[in-house]
Design a protein around this ligand. Structure first.
Ligand SMILES: [Zn+2]
Length: 109
C-alpha cells in the first residue's frame, strides 16, 4: 500500500488504474516532493493540480527543476514534516505517527 491515500488521490483527479499505488517521493536534485504511481509509472508533481501528470518512462528531465540526470527516493512512511502532499496522506497516518513517537520517546518515561 502506498503512502498516499488511493481513494482521496483519485477523487482529486489522479488517472491511476485499479492496481495503482501512490507513493510520496523526494527528488535527489532539488529535494522536491512528488508522487509516483508504481503501477503506471506516472509521476505527479503539482500538489495543487493532480491532473498534471507525466509518464516516467518518457521523462528525461526532472519535472520540477529540469535537471537532466535526475532521480528520486520513495518514502516508506510519512515524513514528520508537513509536505505539499499532506492532504493526500493515508488516513492511518495518525497510527504511524504514534508509532514513530513511541520509537523516539525514551523508554524511561
Ligand atoms: Zn529537480
Amino acid at each position: 500500500m502506498g503512502t498516499i491515500d488511493k481513494h482521496i488521490f483519485e477523487q482529486a483527479g489522479a488517472r491511476g488504474c485499479s492496481n495503482s499505488d501512490y507513493n510520496l517521493a523526494i527528488t535527489t536534485c532539488c529535494k522536491s516532493y512528488i508522487v509516483e504511481d508504481d503501477e503506471l509509472n506516472d509521476v505527479y508533481f503539482d500538489p495543487k493540480d493532480v491532473s498534471k501528470v507525466l509518464d516516467l518512462t518518457s521523462l528525461e528531465k526532472c519535472p520540477i527543476c529540469s535537471k537532466d540526470d535526475w532521480d528520486y527516493n520513495i518514502f516508506d512512511e510519512w515524513p514528520r514534516d508537513e509536505t505539499p502532499w499532506s492532504w493526500a496522506y493515508h488516513p492511518n497516518r495518525s497510527i504511524v505517527e504514534n508509532w514513530i513517537k513511541k520509537k523516539t520517546t525514551p523508554s524511561s518515561q
